[in-house]
Design a protein around this ligand. Structure first.
Ligand code: GTR
Length: 428
């Protein structure tokens, strides 16, 4: 059992909302933002097998990769239950239009459901593809969204989500349900036209369709199908990442999409999710983590901004039940987050930070990307080779991209341009 006494959902949701929307000063009053107070730490070795022998060649990497992957599953994100690995979801195309974005694109809605559970959860995937995909499949970006597919673009033909939603500050969500007012509310984070103009499709799904983001003791979402996780089985991040794999299963079948060229992207908690999805599923051609911070790209041992203890306290449902046992002893964690980034090797990976997002420890994300780079070097590729953290708005890195942009915790056009440039170079 993940929780012996799960709180009533309404109370749990309120508690987690207070934490999410609390101003950084109050939620982070005990957080360290002083480089001088970062403790001395030693990172777990990347290119060394658990028995102590060195990893010297690309041929040895898959075995080392598997070791690291298992350690992350066992201690941090949780294993996917066997039943969930095997399940094949039922696919229904529920809407298809060919005159989207002033006739530049097609738009399709696809529902993925559990064949034996007609009353069970449904994952709603939105796929927007440039017109040219009708002649030749195109590369795509796949990412989960925070507030429903209808928030990524104001076109009223996108179906309004009926799923449980976290309340928002603007009152566009009423009684945990989206209202018409929320159409396009997250459009600034999803520059659909930019993607389409550059020849990419965009596929997105609401993360709450997979598992609503509150600590309900794992009763709802896909947990209603697969049951209570065991101690080292998945939390919400693990299940969201699993959902991304299911979306990719569909995209591989879609004639408009080149299934070998799908990049997975995510912001913040969904950036953590994108990294874990890219680790679990090597079919993802490129992995993008935007402002993912603690439990994402940032090194846990630095304890700068959000810490392991803090994240497990605020969000007890995100990781597996073993992770909190490291709250007061992060130095004993058998892994650190540079090894998570390394699980993407030799594929391209992008790490984006923001200057005003110290809670997510931009420097810890840079150092993590740098410490991951030797995994790419095994393949004769360069990761992040610069010695110093780059100035703002000046991306660095060859096969690992790192940038810190000006501004706050968000996904901006600046971030997307870098990710698209990198995809042009490595995926297209
Ligand atoms: C914060 C949390 C971060 C990050 C962020 C988000 O409250 O502390 O780890 O995930 O939420 O997802 O927006």
């Amino acid at each position: 059992m993940k929780n012996c006494c799960p709180p009533a959902p309404a109370i749990a949701a309120t508690v987690s909302l207070l934490l999410v929307f609390a101003p950084p000063s109050s939620r982070a009053q005990d957080a360290n933002y002083d480089e001088a107070r970062v403790p001395e730490y030693v990172l777990p070795p990347l290119l060394q097998f658990e028995d102590g022998t060195p990893v010297k060649t690309a041929e040895q990497w898959p075995k080392r990769r598997q070791e690291i992957f298992e350690l992350f599953a066992e201690n941090v994100y949780g294993h996917v239950p066997e039943k969930a690995k095997e399940v094949k979801l039922k696919i229904d195309v529920t809407q298809a239009v060919t005159d989207f974005l002033d006739d530049k694109a097609s738009m399709k809605e696809v529902s993925l459901s559990f064949p034996d559970r007609p009353d069970g959860p449904v994952l709603h995937l939105l796929v927007i593809a440039p017109k040219k995909a009708m002649g030749e499949p195109v590369p795509a970006f796949l990412g989960l969204n925070f507030r429903g597919n209808h928030t990524i673009h104001p076109d009223p033909r996108i179906t309004l989500s009926e799923s449980w939603m976290r309340p928002d500050k603007e009152g566009r969500v009423v009684d945990h349900r989206a209202t018409e007012k929320s159409r396009g509310a997250s459009a600034s984070r999803w520059p659909v036209e930019m993607l389409i103009d550059r020849g990419y499709a965009l596929a997105t799904m609401y993360y709450g369709d997979i598992d609503p983001d509150f600590d309900d003791g794992f009763e709802n979402g896909i947990h209603s199908v697969f049951g209570q996780p065991k101690e080292t089985e998945w939390g919400s991040i693990g299940s969201w990442a699993w959902g991304l794999g299911k979306a990719l299963d569909y995209l591989e079948l879609d004639a408009l999409i080149d299934g070998t060229k799908v990049s997975v992207i995510g912001h913040s908690r969904l950036g953590k999710t994108a990294l874990w999805a890219g680790a679990m599923d090597e079919r993802f051609a490129m992995v993008v983590s935007n402002d993912s911070g603690c439990g994402g790209a940032a090194l846990s041992r630095r304890q700068f901004g959000e810490t392991v203890k803090r994240i497990n306290t605020s969000f007890p449902h995100w990781f597996n039940d073993r992770f909190p046992s490291y709250d007061d002893r992060v130095g004993d964690l058998p892994v650190d987050q540079h090894q998570l980034i390394a699980l993407m090797a030799p594929r391209p990976v992008c790490i984006g930070s923001a200057e005003d997002d110290q809670w997510a420890d931009p420097r810890g994300e840079f150092l993590s990307a740098k410490a991951a780079s030797p995994a790419w070097e095994l393949f004769g590729k360069e990761g992040v080779e610069v010695e110093e953290m780059p100035p703002v708005n000046q991306p660095v890195g060859e096969t690992i991209s790192y940038h810190i942009r000006t501004g706050k915790h968000d996904v901006t056009d600046f971030d997307w341009k870098r990710y698209l440039d990198f995809a042009d170079r490595h995926v297209k």
